[in-house]
Design a protein around this ligand. Structure first.
Ligand code: NAD
Length: 488
């Protein structure tokens, strides 16, 4: 089987698995069909993975069902121990996992290392939380009765994840699922399956029993239809676009599955006149350009008040024009390649549409040929441009000018999405007022970073349902049973 030369530099080559994981066995597609995985920096084929059929997806579901009978009965302490072992192996394998991630996804290696640490943090956190799932005793209205509220695992859970965080979007779901006593069938993005399969190798080494984690690779619609229609699957946790999320929600309706949906965003980043200019520029860089702008919580619209507008644009332009664009494997790259040609087309269409509607380019970093998008600052952005209503998902920072707080809030909330929002001000009254008025699941005041394991992650409106991470993340995989004991 072919393998990209760079992957041969892995210190643990066994982490590069090219088979699906079903019931503890590494398998090929029954048909022999395979799909290619490419390096977005070079277009080179890194290798192939099985194109698993609906039938084999059914086998993975059956394996997860069989494993669930045992796994749900293991003690929380035992599950915690296995999860901690998995976490430790992930941390020990950081360099290899980061290299696999960068090669298939494109982000700079330093960011990939950061993602492995972030991804592993969910396994550790939920290993700890496994031991803190508590029920309650409810005072009954009759004296001869006791009412207990107990917690039980939801059951077999389908996990469908995107390409932009190929490690962390899996661990943020599988960590709490396993901690709660659920078993899973994971379907990673077809663009980034190797990061998922490497996690499977490490889970196996950690001693997580066969069938508890199954990983099916291949084309999404067929696998997704099987996962969503199966009555055995009791839960779908999906991260991806709102378009696909709403399709899957519909597919889950006939079997009334529990749903967690982490969908698209359209984050506003508001800079008020009284903001600390340096902090606001740093915040904008952090929230806009991480992962080349391919992040659901990336600021998509930068709203700047008239009094600070020109100074902010000048500083942001300075920073953006000196960004280094290139392969994620190069040590000095700030921005790697975009995931595919369609992503480049969308970014170009947004920029062209903005220019056609009167925007100007205030800064543009030098950008090599290939699947790269130029980091850019656009000024004169307005609400009628495509980039105001859709995620650009690229390194383009459009700056909108506003005059009043009321206008900023109307602009910020004027979207069907509600994932993350950011604002910069030093006025404490405004901080409360604006923080409370923003219709988003996560709000950052004077910071461009809101993703950390301790904090609930998720959106309102068309950005999704449920929250991941934090103390409440495990609840997504638990049912409450009311147990009435009468005649006492
Ligand atoms: P996507 O919706 O195209 O794909 C996500 C996953 O769904 C992939 O595994 C894909 O193979 C699968 N999929 C696609 N069609 C399917 C179908 N018919 N049936 C079953 N599965 C199907 O999204 P993407 O391009 O991979 O990721 C980018 C999107 O994800 C952006 O909109 C981004 O905002 C969002 N995202 C959200 C969060 C969050 O936490 N809210 C985090 C990361 C990314």
């Amino acid at each position: 089987m072919t393998s990209h030369i760079a992957l041969q530099g892995l210190s643990d080559p066994e982490l590069l698995r090219r088979q699906a994981l079903i019931g503890g066995k590494w398998v090929d597609a029954e048909s022999g069909a395979r799909i290619e995985v490419t390096d977005p920096a070079t277009g080179a084929v890194l290798g192939t993975v099985p194109d698993v059929s609906a039938g084999q997806t059914g086998q993975a579901i059956a394996a997860a069902e069989a494993a669930f009978a045992q796994w749900r009965r293991t003690s929380p302490a035992e599950r915690a121990k296995l999860l901690m072992a998995w976490h430790d192996l992930m941390i020990a394998a950081t360099e290899d996992l980061a290299m696999i991630l960068t090669l298939e996804q494109g982000k700079p290696l330093a960011e990939a290392r950061g993602e492995i640490a972030y991804g592993a943090s969910f396994i550790k956190w939920f290993a700890e939380e496994a031991r803190r799932v508590e029920g309650g005793i409810i005072p009954a209205p009759m004296t001869d009765r006791r009412i207990l509220a107990t917690k039980e695992p939801v059951g077999v859970s389908a996990i469908i994840t995107p390409w932009n965080f190929p490690n962390a979007m899996i661990t943020r779901k599988v960590g709490p699922a396993l901690a709660a006593g659920c078993t899973v069938v994971v379907k990673p993005s077809e663009f980034t399956p190797y990061s998922a399969l490497a996690l499977g190798v490490l889970a196996e080494r950690a001693g997580i029993p066969a069938g508890v984690i199954n990983i099916v690779t291949g084309m999404p619609a067929e696998i997704g239809a099987e996962l969503t229609s199966s009555p055995v699957v009791r839960k779908l946790s999906f991260t991806g676009s709102t378009r696909v999320g709403s399709i899957l929600m519909g597919q889950c309706a006939p079997t009334v599955k529990r749903l967690s949906l982490e969908l698209g965003g359209n984050a506003p980043f508001i800079v008020f006149d009284d903001a600390d200019l340096d902090a606001a520029v740093e915040g904008a860089i952090a929230s806009k350009f991480r992962n080349g702008g391919q992040t659901c919580v990336c600021s998509n619209r930068i709203l700047v008040q008239a009094g600070i507008h020109d100074a902010f644009v000048e500083r942001l332009a300075e920073r953006v024009s000196s960004m280094k664009v290139g392969s994620g494997m190069a040590a000095d790259s700030d921005i790697g390649p975009m995931i595919n040609g369609a992503a480049i087309d969308k970014i170009n269409a947004h920029v062209q549409d903005a220019l056609d509607h009167g925007a100007s380019i205030a800064a543009r970093a030098e950008t090599p040929e290939g699947q790269y998008a130029a980091p850019m600052v656009l000024t004169g952005a307005t609400g009628d441009m495509l980039l105001a209503s859709e995620e650009t998902f690229g390194p383009v920072a459009p700056v909108f000018r506003f005059d009043t707080e009321e206008e900023a809030l109307l602009l910020a909330n004027g979207t069907p999405f509600g994932l993350a929002a950011y604002f910069f001000t030093q006025d404490m009254q405004r901080a409360w007022r604006v923080g409370e008025a923003l219709e988003f699941g996560m709000v950052g005041l004077n910071t461009g970073a809101v993703s950390m394991v301790e904090s609930p992650f998720g959106g309102v409106k068309q950005s999704g349902l449920g929250r991941e991470g934090a103390r409440t993340g495990i609840d997504e995989y638990l049912e409450t049973k009311a147990f009435h004991m009468a005649g006492l």
